[in-house]
Structures are given as C-alpha cells and as structure tokens.
Design a protein around this ligand. Structure first.
Ligand code: NAG
Ligand code: NAG
Length: 290
C-alpha cells in the first residue's frame, strides 16, 4: 500500500503540510528516500458523514469545462478543492522546493476517496508542468471526476495512472455511468485495478485484476453492484480511517506551528527545508515520526 508504506518507512520526510480549515482539506508533500520520489498525498473526505457525501455524489452533474480540453467536463467541486484553495499553491511550492534540493525526482500523487479525486487533478496539473513521464498517480476508491472527453485527455497527459478499486466499494460507481450515453455522463479514466476475493470456504484469496484501457471495463468493479461502504474504507487490508465525526479533525501536533504561516481564514501551510540527511537514511525527529 503505497501511501502507508511510505509513511511508515524511515527516510520519509514531510516538507509541506497543507491544511485548509475552511474546506476541511489536508494534503502533504514529502520526499521518500527509498522510492527516490516526491510523494503527494491527499486526505479523503471528512465531511459531516460519508453517507451524506455519497448521496450528494449520486446526483452530481458534470458542471464545469476543464480548461484546455475540448468538450471536457468535470466535477466542479473536486476540481475547485484542488485548484482554487490553498492546496494547489502549497503543493506546487513543496514540489518546487523538493526539486531545488534533490533535483529531478519523479512525483507520485495519491489519495483515497475524495482525496483520490483531488490527487487526479493534481497529477494532471503536475504532468502539464513537469512532463507526463515524471508523474505517477495512484488513487484508491476514487469517484468519477469527469466525462469521456476529459477521461481520454487525462489518460494521454497522465498515462502512469492506477485507479485502485475494491470489491463492492460504492464510491467508484459514483457519480453514475450510463452505458447507453457513454459520451454524456461521468466516465472513469484508466487504468483500473480491481481488488476482489475469490475462493471457497476457508481458502480466500484477494486478486488484483488489471482492467482494460477503457476506464469503464465491464469486467472489473462494474461487473458487481457498488453497495458497500466498508469495502470503501478498507484497501489492501488497511483501514482508511475515514471517520464519520461531524467536525473537521486536523491531524497535526502543536510543535508543527513553528513551520507555518496561517492566513486570515485560519488555513495553514507548513513548510520546511528538507534535511538532506534523509538521503543517508539518517533518522531525525520530525513530522514523519508523529
Ligand atoms: C486554477 O488556479 C490558478 C491559480 O492557482 C488560476 O490561475 C486558474 O485560473 C485556476 N483555474 C481555474 C479553471 O479555475
Ligand atoms: C467481459 O464481459 C463480457 C460481458 O460484459 C463478456 O462477454 C466477456 O467474455 C468478458 N471478457 C473477459 C475477458 O472476461
């Protein structure tokens, strides 16, 4: 599991932590020694309740023309959450600083649920800035974010993308795809990797199925009904910790404030210069140890 594996490893250092208190968004930019990569991760949704969020998603219409993509329409809310909050500038700043210090590292962008939707927009943005071959995106339980024209544009700009889905997870089924109107509705980009169980009795194996390049492979998660929240909250056996509390819980420790600047709305962008020591795998107390 990419995100958690990285965080738990030594030699991973967060250099930018972005907290949008108004919109309850959180993301970080870090440098992973073992991967030789810049890692950007977005937190999943933590709105009033996941049920409400999912219900809203069911009705969501394509409502925004993605700039630079002919006929490409996207989900306005997900696009805005990345592009028009403190998130985008924080991410670009962190990536810029990491590249200044370490040179040309590749960039991995990841997120779960709504965080996956933001990760996709971020990966697209970074691929347009730094080049397609330098950016890889891996999302988990991500909803659809745009129409077929957008999906095809996305897949040319960010070909190194894996969209991991799990069993009956309902979020990848939303907003709905209507197969009789494939050009008009929401449409996933490739490449899906569907995790599902096969087996009988005591012998159950989790299989990873690499799906076709259509984005809407009928033999992957679309071959089952999307009716499970618990499948949404577990990926590769890792609990995604998407709690259902009604307030926005910000994950940070008080000493982090010394790295930060707070804007007039209470949003934070915490930055620090990476200690070059991580390239020697030297352990130092820091954000990654909290
Ligand atoms: C995305 O954000 C940038 C600033 O970070 C802004 O210049 C641009 O207009 C935004 N794009 C859209 C379509 O809102
Ligand atoms: C995929 O599903 C279709 C029906 O939707 C079926 O006809 C076809 O054989 C399946 N292909 C594979 C490779 O499983």
């Amino acid at each position: 599991m990419l995100t958690f594996g990285v965080i738990l490893n030594q030699g991973f250092e967060v250099i930018e932590l972005i907290v949008d208190v108004q919109n309850c968004l959180q993301a970080f930019v870090g440098v992973a020694d073992d991967l030789g990569a810049i890692v950007i991760a977005f937190r999943g949704t933590q709105e009033t309740s996941i049920q409400n969020w999912i219900e809203d998603l069911f009705w969501k219409q394509l409502d925004f023309d993605y700039p630079g993509c002919t006929n490409g329409k996207v989900h306005h809310g997900f696009f805005n959450a990345y592009n028009n909050t403190v998130v985008r500038s924080g991410v670009l700043d962190g990536v810029g600083r990491a590249k200044e210090i370490y040179g040309d590292l590749k960039i991995l962008v990841t997120g779960h649920s709504m965080g996956g939707a933001m990760a996709a927009f971020c990966g697209l943005d970074l691929a347009l800035i730094y080049g397609s071959k330098n950016v890889q995106v891996m999302t988990f339980g991500q909803p659809r974010i745009g129409n077929a024209a957008f999906a095809s544009y996305y897949s040319t700009v960010v070909p190194n993308t894996f969209r991991v889905t799990h069993e009956h997870d309902l979020v990848p089924h939303l907003p709905p795809y209507y197969q009789y109107f494939p050009q008009k509705t929401y449409h996933h980009f490739p490449r899906e990797v569907w995790l599902y169980n096969i087996g009988l009795g005591f012998l159950i194996y989790e299989v990873e199925k690499i799906c076709d390049d259509s984005g809407e492979d009928p033999n992957c998660s679309r071959s089952v009904s999307g009716n499970s929240i618990s499948d949404h909250l577990t990926y590769f056996g890792v609990e995604m910790g998407c709690d259902t509390s009604s307030k926005c819980g910000i994950v940070m420790t008080p000493n982090l404030a010394s790295y930060g600047k707070v804007d007039e709305y209470g949003n934070l962008v915490l930055s620090r210069v990476p200690s070059k020591l991580i390239l020697k795998r030297k352990k130092e107390p820091g954000i990654s140890d909290q």
